[in-house]
Design a binder for this molecule. Sequence first.
Ligand code: SF4
Length: 345
Amino acid sequence: MEISQLVDFLRNYNGKKIRLMEVCGSHTHAIAVHGIRDILSPQIELLSGPGCPVCVTPTAYIDRLIELSLEADTTVVTFGDLLRVPGSRESLNEAKGRGGSVEMVYSPMDVIELAKNNPCRKYVFAAVGFETTAPVYTLLLDNAIAQGLDNIRLLTALKTMPGAISYLCDNGAEIDGFIAPGHVCAVTGADYFNQLAEKYQLPFAVSGFGAKELVIAIYGLVQMVINHENIVKNFYTSVVDKDNNPIIEEQLKKYFIISEASWRGMGIIPDSGLLLREEYKHFDAGSAGLNVDNKKNKACRCGEILMGKAKPADCPLFGKVCTPSSPAGACMVSEEGSCFNAWIK
Ligand code: SF4
């Protein structure tokens, strides 16, 4: 079929209401940028799930980074997004303004130079992300070990996707199918989601990030819903294989063990995170047990939005108190956040 025919189908669909969820922040952004919602019939609803790593990180993690940044011999190193995420009282940026030591970098590997140049200082990298990002931290550790650097630490809030999807399905989320995260699947393989499709009797469509790729995957997913095909289909075969990448899997197993993790709005989910193995604990900056999520602004509805139970416009702060230049909640900070993308649209 021509792409225009797929678009026509999606625009004119008039069957039972279908609710689809993407669980990848890059998909959330791509869907907004390409105006994908505008071509869908009102009977097809796209929800944004817990796929933005910054958004799902609880406030206790931000608070711990702030504490570390205020220690005399410690610098917190992070990507830019995390700087503006509100903790329970303030953001890392605000802590920096009152003397916290914080460096923004574009790659975790930049920590190596910092640590080499200042051997008496401890550098704590804010290791946030999903299956896609975790391998980069293993390379950072490989390098730190090879160069004998003992002043690098990770504060990990690494998460794995199946636990969060299980949580949503077990807690009454009304979702008819998932757009599976293309970047995660590039590491894990498309089969990673087979068990979930089987267990919850729901279809998964692995999608790329271009407009055409999204239209093809969403059309495919709608067809699977209509035909009760509760399996995983890979619509991103140029990048995603059926199986995982064994080299990356080995790297992850070398440094990390599966652990419980705390998700904003969802609480502690078993087997949904990665913590450093005991033999590498000397690289850890106190990552376990950062579970509390005390919103700075109690009206923020990020938690419900991440579970598909509310939309950004349902939040009383959206576009008033909370905007990208002055975010009151995590979902407005990152370009992968639901509220950010609802705002820029
Ligand atoms: Fe939170 Fe802001 Fe989104 Fe409201 S608009 S849910 S305060 S991020």
